[in-house]
Design a protein around this ligand. Structure first.
Ligand code: PEP
Length: 250
């Protein structure tokens, strides 16, 4: 399985800034390695990044969100076909900021995931517990619910070939608090087991990424852990230099 190193630019970068950063990523990206880099820019910059990455193996672009309909009266939303038309091959679903700031339910995240997979995109489903949920001892319950509902209606073969799961503890996102290796190891083993409950043997083929305050100096230790098949990076992905250092960390 290829290691996936993904950049979530959130609501940052004009088109010109996105183009510059994407070009620096493309210029510095390791060639011919076992790593794939995926950049999730804001919608306005998807086509810009796709144009820079065109023809480069191991570099891909994705949308940060998607709406589960082909077209229609959904003001402010974007369809899988529109993302693909702009050059996206990936999309994020269920990022904690969409769940918590925009109020997305597990059921809506599941509809988005299934619809985007059916439309031919690769989907990175984000899951993760809050600090209160962790302290209440409900980690397993939360991840099971998010995975069951997030993958409802997803066929095992589609998940095995075009889905990834990013475990991002909410308390570690943008806080500078990276989960400890023992916590990541435990949560990823749990995620793999829960995926097997849902998908059967296909679960083994689904890349599991860790996200939450990943930086160049902690990336290698995280990537060395069992069941960590990649990283999803927010803040430290905004500069090409630090994103590339993470992409090369071993
Ligand atoms: C994220 O937004 O998915 C994320 C992991 O952010 P950060 O790396 O800034 O914690």
């Amino acid at each position: 399985m290829k290691t996936l190193i993904a950049a979530n630019w959130k609501m940052h970068k004009t088109r010109a800034e996105a183009r510059r950063t994407a070009q620096a990523v493309a210029d510095g990206a390791p060639r011919g390695t076992d790593r794939s880099l995926i950049v999730f820019p804001p919608f306005t910059a998807v086509a810009e990044v796709a144009a820079v990455f065109a023809g480069r193996e191991g570099l891909a672009v994705g949308g940060q969100d998607v709406y589960p309909a082909e077209k229609g009266a959904f003001t402010g939303e974007i369809s899988p076909a529109m993302l693909a038309d702009a050059g996206a091959t990936w999309v994020l679903t269920g990022h904690s900021e969409r769940r918590r700031v925009l109020g997305e339910s597990d059921a809506l995240v599941g509809r988005k995931t299934a619809f985007a997979l059916d439309a031919g995109l690769n989907v990175m489903l984000c899951i993760g517990e809050t600090l209160e949920e962790r302290e209440a001892g409900t980690l397993e319950e939360v991840l099971r619910r998010q995975l069951r509902e997030g993958l409802a209606g997803v066929a095992a073969d589609a998940a095995a070939t075009r889905a990834a799961v990013a475990y991002e503890p909410v308390w570690a996102i943008g806080t500078g608090k990276v989960a400890g290796c023992a916590e990541v190891l435990e949560a990823h083993a749990l995620t793999r087991r829960l995926l097997a409950e849902i998908l059967g043997p296909a679960a083994d083929a689904v890349p599991l990424l860790y996200g939450g305050s990943v930086k160049p100096d902690n990336a290698a230790a995280l990537l060395a852990l069992d069941n960590v098949n990649g990283l999803l990076i927010g803040g430290a992905s905004l500069e090409a230099e630090s994103f590339l250092r993470i992409a090369e960390a071993r």
